[in-house]
Write a protein that binds this ligand. Structure first.
Ligand code: ATP
Ligand code: MG
Ligand code: FE
Length: 332
């Protein structure tokens, strides 16, 4: 089957074509308008989605070298995400499916981040653990089948990506700061500053204490030396990144031991982080795990992961009607 995938949950407008499980195109229109505001402005995001959605879909069809009449079903992100942003993708998907007389497939964005592992070889075998780390979520997911997933650990407050984005804001870097922290961290010494590791029971996470510790650390040091940030930016970024990575990997290790699972994957925007990717590889070698890390273009928000999820649902004829509506919160 030929599946058109649509993603519009946050600030990326994306369209992808998947043919028999192979991704032939993945067009991502990023929204730069939010940089000036230090975070995503929901009303602006949905307006830009409206401008980008038709060109993104047209480009995805062109890049895949297919005809729009070849499309057998439309898969779209139903949630979770910003309601106004989701509404643009959902409305487009419904209109397209209605006009072509083809089925609609709803996709959970967080499940799709996990299913990004079914785009390229080698694909993980079930069961596997997936650490899904993004701007809005931090989850350890026990993946029993394509759509049988259980969250066994998650953040009790901020997400890992949010902690990185807030840190970069404190450092005066533009939004989104995660990629800039990554870039600076490569030039710094991660052992320069010690930030606290929260003591949270079980497999859950907390990042708000770390964020506050960083805020006070910067405030006190800038009070003593107004050039503190500029003089030490690389070491600060490297130290912060190291702490975030150790918090994530320590819990992942605990989960893998507790569940006796050796297939371990990373997903979500923060899985683009160099330190986290290297850290998982190294830990995997120590532990004898099979580790799975997606290509960069499938880490941050993209429609290829929606299209591949749609492909597996198409095989089960798991369709939804025209009365479907987006969900800002959407459990598995
Ligand atoms: P969610 O998936 O929870 O709904 P989202 O869709 O906004 O949230 P993603 O696009 O999956 O999130 O991820 C965006 C996050 O990834 C941001 O917090 C961003 O800073 C972070 N990020 C992207 N690249 C990197 C990187 N190289 N290093 C660290 N963080 C990164
Ligand atoms: Mg984004
Ligand atoms: Fe996402």
């Amino acid at each position: 089957p030929v599946i058109l995938g649509i993603e519009s949950s946050c600030d990326e407008t994306s369209a992808s074509i998947c043919v028999d499980g192979a991704i032939l195109s993945n067009v991502i229109a990023n929204q730069t308008i939010h940089e000036a505001y230090g975070g995503v402005v929901p009303e602006l995001a949905s307006r830009v989605h409206q401008q980008n959605i038709v060109p993104a879909v047209q480009q995805s069809i062109l890049n895949a070298k297919i005809n729009k009449n070849d499309i057998d079903a439309v898969a779209f992100t139903r949630g979770p995400g910003l309601l106004g942003s989701l509404l643009v993708g959902v409305s487009f998907a419904k209109a397209f499916a209605l006009a072509k007389g083809i089925p609609l497939i709803e996709v959970n964005h967080m499940q799709a981040h996990v299913l990004a592992h079914f785009i390229d070889e080698p694909k993980p075998s079930f069961p596997f653990l997936c650490l899904t780390v993004s701007g809005g979520h931090t989850q350890i997911v026990l993946v029993k089948d394509h759509f049988d997933m259980e969250i066994i650990g998650q953040t009790t407050d901020d997400a890992a990506g949010e902690a990185l984005d807030k840190t970069s804001k404190i450092l005066g870097l533009p939004y989104p700061g995660g990629p800039l922290i990554d870039k600076n961290a490569r030039l710094g010494d991660p052992d320069t500053y010690q930030f606290p590791e929260p003591q949270i029971p079980g497999l859950d996470f907390s990042f708000s204490g770390l964020k506050t510790a960083i805020l006070y650390f910067i405030r006190d040091n800038v009070a003593a030396n107004p050039n503190f940030i500029a003089e030490n930016i690389n070491d600060i970024c490297a130290s912060v990144e190291k702490r975030v990575v150790t918090i994530l990997l320590n819990k992942l290790k605990k989960a893998a031991l507790q569940y006796g699972i050796k297939n371990v994957a990373l997903a979500g925007g923060v899985s683009a982080n160099t330190g986290l990717r290297q850290g998982l590889k190294q830990l995997g070698e120590e532990m004898g795990w099979n580790t799975f890390i997606p290509q960069f273009q499938y880490c941050t928000d993209n429609a290829a992961m929606i299209a591949i999820a749609g492909y597996y649902k198409y095989l089960k004829s798991d369709f939804v009607g025209q009365d479907v509506a987006p969900l800002a919160r959407m459990p598995f």
